[in-house]
Design a binder for this molecule. Structure first.
Ligand code: ASP
Length: 332
């Protein structure tokens, strides 16, 4: 029997047309499907045009709209494909991974580096891969790109132009497409009559991401506090360090955590885990009350902190949330 799949469109390059101002998302779901005619022959497709935005304009408000829509619609279908701009797709995929729990059916984000009406576009292949991920029952939030299926909270955009634009960071692919079809490395979703998704609504937008450079002025932490931020993710050096010589970041950081701002430390390195207990420059961070992000991507750490602060104000509860693995975002 044909799978019944909902296609939710949100914009992005995949749906863009050339305008005097550059590429602008203008196409609707019918336009997209017209360029990928094989889909309608293989699947029973329903469509929902949720927004038509370049993903640079997609923020927490849109993540909530998408999450609530998925929670309401998923029970009616075998799975959902969401088309989305690539630039912030990793943030959306991570945010959805925290807003939506116990996702027992596939929810697959995809997009493309070239508009779907371009001769050399990657859009068709990415769409076909996303629909195949639903067909094969790859449950949970994922990103389909360049014939790979990536766990949503592990996806990072690493290329501006290359078709292999996304990587799965610190985690294996969920599935890959080869010449003999899709190889899935996870068990297929089991059909259920019970609830297939749980919405855990709430996000705090007051989260700042700071990438350190050698010589960062410690007063930046006072400014962050004065601006009313409730959480900060710091991309620290290597396995997790920051300077205290001459410009003592630790002193101002301790003041920030002392005022109840939740601070998470991750690494500037894309691959492998941070570990704050190896070096003195890291252990001192732990003494300031910083939460270690371990091997989470920056996108996952930022959206997890936004979600955690959307659930509670209690610093101990924020820590507990961070040390819980909800969707494969952290290796404990
Ligand atoms: N600027 C576009 C977007 O993120 C890029 C893309 O979709 O590839 O919406």
């Amino acid at each position: 029997m044909q799978k019944s799949i909902l296609l939710i469109t949100t914009g992005g390059t995949i749906a863009s047309r050339e305008t005097p101002d550059g590429l602008v998302p203008e196409m609707d779901a019918a336009d997209l499907l017209a360029f990928a005619p094989a889909l309608a022959r293989h699947y029973q497709i329903h469509t929902l045009e949720l927004m038509n935005l370049d993903s640079s304009n997609i923020q927490a408000e849109e993540w909530l709209i998408i999450a609530r829509t998925v929670a309401a619609e998923l029970p009616k279908y075998d799975g959902i494909v969401i088309t989305h701009g690539t630039d912030t797709m990793a943030y959306t995929a991570s945010a959805l991974s925290f807003l939506l729990h116990d996702v027992k059916k596939p929810v697959v984000l995809t997009g493309s580096q070239m508009p779907i009406d371009a001769m050399l576009t990657d859009a068709r292949n990415n769409l076909y891969t996303a629909f195949a991920a639903v067909e094969y029952g790859i449950a949970g939030i994922s990103v389909a790109f360049d014939r790979h299926i990536i766990r949503g909270c592990r996806a990072v955009k690493v290329r501006t132009m290359g078709f292999e634009a996304f990587e799965s960071i610190n985690a294996p692919y969920l599935a890959e497409v080869f010449a003999d079809g899709l190889h899935s490395y996870v068990p297929a979703a089991v059909p259920t009559d019970g609830p297939c998704v749980q919405l855990r609504d709430g996000l705090c937008n007051e989260v700042f991401l700071l990438k350190l450079i050698p010589g960062t002025n410690p007063r930046v932490f006072d400014m962050i506090c004065a601006m009313g931020y409730r959480g900060v993710v710091i991309e620290t050096f290597g396995a997790g360090g920051m300077h205290f010589l001459r410009r003592n970041l630790l002193e101002n950081l301790a003041r920030l955590t002392g005022r109840g701002v939740a601070v998470v430390a991750c690494s500037q390195c894309l691959y492998e885990a941070s570990n704050l207990s190896i070096y003195e420059v890291g252990t001192r961070l732990l003494e300031c009350g910083v939460i270690a992000a371990n091997d989470m991507t920056t996108e996952a750490a930022v959206t997890k902190l936004m979600w955690a602060l959307g659930q509670t104000q209690d610093p101990e509860e924020i820590k507990r949330i961070f040390f819980t693995n909800y969707c494969g975002e952290i290796t404990l």
